[in-house]
Each structure stands twice: as structure tokens, then as C-alpha cells.
Design a protein around this ligand. Structure first.
Ligand code: 13P
Length: 250
């Protein structure tokens, strides 16, 4: 089963529009002619249009880090799928652990956002992962299954085709602690089996499951060369063009 890897940069709350533009200008020549993998950048909302413009004419895709589920409305501070599409973005992260942890995002909200993204033809990257306490309590499989079960409620086989999952163990995010390839592969197998249980084996075998959590140029190849790992969602190491390019060239 060959799934095209997606290497994605989650810039979190970093970079002004000028800094984002400078990144893209430095990064593009480093990945020119790179067609093996798909590349996506997730800047902050204020840099979204700038990054779309800077990446125009390249194969690089651009997305939001978070999207509201409503088309419009009285939701102060939020960004709608229509707004995302209007500036030329195509992707969105949904349910990043920082959204869950600091902004009380639940699996039910993740589910609404997932339905909304699919309705609008936006490629969703649904983030899931266990905390350190959950892993130490032997709860990893249960947590992942629950997040998928609720997050994917009501999703049909037809809708599921574009969905990407990012497995990001919370204890590995921004900590410098990376899951070993074996740990990541084990988790990905649990995720894929759960998708198969809900949506069937064909959907599961096509679904891309990314790993995220302290991915660096030094560990990217050992993770990404695993058959089960279909790409990476990179935080800190995606902020510098040469470092993110090195990950793309794993
Ligand atoms: P780090 O790569 O900084 O650990 O962040 C991972 C992450 O949260 C990507 O979404």
C-alpha cells in the first residue's frame, strides 16, 4: 500500500507575516522539484494570505491551525471555513492537543469541525494522542480509540477519503522526547485498526497517519521510513527553512 507522505509544518503562535514570507522565500528553493511527498504549511491566521501568496505556483499547500465549524456567526475571535477558502488555503488542523488542553476543545467539537471541513472541501488533519499519565496508566489504546470513535461520528466511507490523522503523543510535543519508531508504529496500528472497525479496511489502508512530537532532522528518517508512518506534523523544527527542508528530504 503506497500512501503519499504529508510533511506538515505547524508554526503555532510564531511568525509575523513578514517572517512567514521570508520563510517561504528561503524554503521554496530548498524543496524545488520535490514531488515524493506532499508539503503543507500551517501559519497563524494573520499570515495565512501572505503564505498562500508566497507559495503560489508551487505545490506547497497552506492551512489553518484551527477552524470554527460554522460558516459565519457571532463567534468572536474565530475563523470560518469560508474565510479559509476565500484566501486560498486548502487544509486545516483539527483538535490539536494544545487546542484540547488550553481551549477546552472536546471530541464533540472536533467532530463538528471535521464535518464542516469536509462539507467545504477542506482537507482536515485530525490530531489525536495520549498524555503521559494516560500512557503510564496503560490507557493509550483506549484514549486513541475514544478520540477516533467520537471524533469520526457520522463520517461516511465516501467522506473519509481525504481525512488525515496526526498521532501526536502529548508527552512528546515540544519536550524533545520523541516516541521511538516502535512506539509510533504501535500507536498507528491501533489507530488504523480503529478506522478499519468504523469505516472498513479499504478506508483504513488508504488513510494517512502522520506522527508528530519532537520530529527533528536527526530523527525524521527513522520515523518516516516506517511503512506505518505516512508523514510528520512538525512544530519547533519547522520554524527554520533549512531544518524543515531537511525533514522533507528525510
Ligand atoms: P514539536 O515538533 O515542537 O514537538 O510540536 C509538535 C506539534 O505539536 C505539531 O503539531
Amino acid at each position: 500500500m503506497s500512501r503519499k507522505a504529508l510533511i506538515a509544518a505547524n508554526w503555532k503562535m510564531y511568525k509575523t507575516p513578514a517572517e512567514a514570507k521570508a520563510f517561504v522565500e528561503a524554503f521554496l528553493p530548498l524543496v524545488a522539484n520535490h514531488s515524493r511527498d506532499e508539503i503543507a504549511l500551517f501559519p497563524s491566521v494573520t499570515s495565512l494570505a501572505t503564505v498562500v501568496a508566497a507559495a503560489a505556483g508551487s505545490t506547497i499547500r497552506v492551512g489553518l491551525q484551527n477552524m470554527h465549524f460554522a460558516d459565519e456567526g457571532a463567534y468572536t475571535g474565530e475563523t470560518s471555513p469560508l474565510m479559509l477558502r476565500a484566501v486560498g488555503a486548502t487544509h486545516t488542523l483539527i483538535g490539536h492537543s494544545e487546542r484540547r488542553q488550553y481551549f477546552a476543545e472536546t471530541d464533540e467539537v472536533v467532530n463538528k469541525k471535521l464535518h464542516s471541513a469536509l462539507r467545504h472541501g477542506i482537507l482536515p488533519v485530525v490530531c489525536i494522542g495520549e498524555s503521559l499519565a494516560e500512557r503510564e496508566a496503560g490507557e493509550t489504546a483506549r484514549v486513541l480509540k475514544t478520540q477516533i470513535h467520537h471524533g469520526f461520528a457520522g463520517i461516511t466511507v465516501e467522506q473519509a477519503a481525504t481525512i488525515v490523522i496526526a498521532y501526536e503523543p502529548v508527552w512528546a510535543i515540544g519536550t524533545g522526547k520523541t516516541a521511538t519508531p516502535e512506539m509510533a508504529v504501535d500507536a498507528h496500528r491501533i489507530v488504523r485498526a480503529e478506522i478499519a472497525a468504523i469505516l472498513g479496511a479499504a478506508v483504513a489502508s488508504h488513510m494517512r497517519i502522520l506522527y508528530g512530537g519532537s520530529v527533528k532532522p536527526e530523527n525524521a528518517s527513522s520515523l518516516l521510513n516506517e511503512e506505518e508512518i505516512d508523514g510528520a506534523l512538525v512544530g519547533g523544527a519547522s520554524l527554520i527553512p533549512s531544518s524543515f527542508a531537511a525533514i522533507v528530504h528525510y
